[in-house]
Design a binder for this molecule. Structure first.
Ligand code: NAD
Length: 379
């Protein structure tokens, strides 16, 4: 397994160290993660896909959904919460719509299958709706919108995490929603839009990243059981040592829903669409089997089939340019479109490598060592 060189944190595959941050070349990081998943029981193609998707999240700047998840994914595989080599099964096939059961297969596998099916049908018939339930963690949802964009399709994705209440509704201090993300891709020529966010004020992974010494949370991202707003990850995870896996079961607080009553309302309907309508289950009430289960309701639309592609592209692009021409509040900060920050970060990190908090890199190396995987050498 893996490449030739091993080394301590700051050596081996790293391209450099910068104040507690390891800068790891993309190829070396992908190879390390791929080898870990191969050693954990994935076939080569699946191990490659999981590695590419997780590193891909780091490339877009969403470190919360990148390789920081590797130790937890491996733990879930070991515990039997998710299964290597498992495909999604068709529950209902209505032609224009399909219901799929991910059967606790790895999210990167079953969501990729679901998206491929939705894209194929929308390319053939103009639209398709795919309801996926019981998927392992599917990671950065924007990835699936990007896949549809490469085929010229608009897509909307509503996602929840069954039995994983972490987010307090507007006006509450108790957890009732998952972080219930939404992603929407709009294929405007030369500037595709990828809107992709959690309906919580921050994604849970961002609390994890902050707890590992990465980017701190906004001071009002969390709410403690006594109603006090906080940016301290311990509100969600309780006390932890640096090397501990973070568990929200140990904390008493919640993440706040974004956008006050409007974001909270959006989170509620995302739970209903992705959890109740798909049949996979909502964030609660508590109970049911342990583990991770994403639900995803996806809608794919082909402007070409609707006969509106030319107008859509012309009017849409003209409108976007006008939106982006709005005078910036800060002259040094240009107005951006959703998807721009990710595209920029991706270009920069492909060139320079992926910066990881030293503790994330150390956790990855520990997981590799436990599985007898040597960390691949850079270059
Ligand atoms: P976020 O708050 O960073 O928002 C990202 C969105 O805002 C992107 O569309 C981005 O292009 C846009 N954006 C950022 N800065 C902008 C600017 N200056 N101008 C215009 N647009 C801008 O995202 P988040 O809520 O932290 O979510 C992070 C990731 O977590 C997402 O990829 C999401 O899919 C993922 N997630 C996954 C799950 C799951 O269960 N699989 C759950 C929750 C979140």
């Amino acid at each position: 397994m893996g490449g030739a060189a091993t080394g301590g944190v700051g050596g081996g595959a790293t391209g450099g160290t910068d104040g507690g941050v390891e800068v790891v070349p993309v190829d070396a990081l992908t190879a390390t993660v791929r080898d870990i998943f191969a050693a954990a029981g994935c076939a080569p193609a699946e191990a490659e896909r999981v590695a590419t998707d997780l590193v891909g999240a780091n490339l877009t700047g969403h470190d919360s959904h990148g390789v920081v998840r590797v130790p937890l994914y491996v733990q879930w595989l070991r515990a039997g919460y998710v299964h290597a080599g498992r495909s999604a099964e068709v529950v209902t096939d209505g032609g224009a719509f399909v219901v799929l059961d991910g059967r606790s297969g790895l999210g990167q596998t079953v969501a990729t299958e679901a998206v491929a099916l939705g894209v194929r049908r929308a390319r053939a018939q103009g639209s398709c709706i795919v309801a996926l339930r019981n998927a392992g963690h599917i990671g950065r949802v924007g990835l699936y919108a990007e896949t549809a964009l490469t085929e010229g399709l608009i897509s909307l994705h509503f996602v929840n995490v069954a039995r994983s209440a972490l987010v307090a509704p507007f006006g509450a201090v108790e957890r009732r929603f998952s972080t219930a993300p939404v992603a929407i891709g709009v294929p405007l020529p030369g500037r595709p839009i990828v809107l992709d966010f959690a309906t919580s004020l921050v994604a849970e992974g961002k609390v994890q990243v902050a707890s590992h010494g990465g980017k701190p949370l906004p001071p009002d991202a969390l709410i403690a059981a006594d109603g006090e707003r906080s940016g301290d990850p311990r509100v969600l995870y309780g006390d932890y040592a640096d090397a501990d896996l973070r568990s929200a079961a140990n904390g008493t607080g919640a993440i706040r829903a974004f956008g006050e009553h409007k974001g909270s309302g959006l989170a509620l309907v995302v739970e209903l669409l992705a959890g109740a309508f798909t049949g996979g289950g909502c964030a609660g009430p508590p109970g049911g089997p342990p583990g991770i289960a994403n639900g995803m309701l996806s809608v794919y639309l082909s402007p070409e089939h609707f006969g509106t592609r030319e107008e859509f592209e012309r009017i849409g692009r003209e409108y976007l340019d006008w939106v982006l021409s709005a005078r910036p509040a800060d002259a040094a900060e240009p107005v951006l479109a959703p998807g721009d920050p990710e595209a920029r970060t991706r270009a920069a990190r492909i060139a320079a490598g992926v910066p990881l908090p030293a503790s994330t890199w150390a956790a990855l190396r520990r997981t590799a060592a436990e599985l007898g995987v040597e960390v691949a050498a850079a270059g």
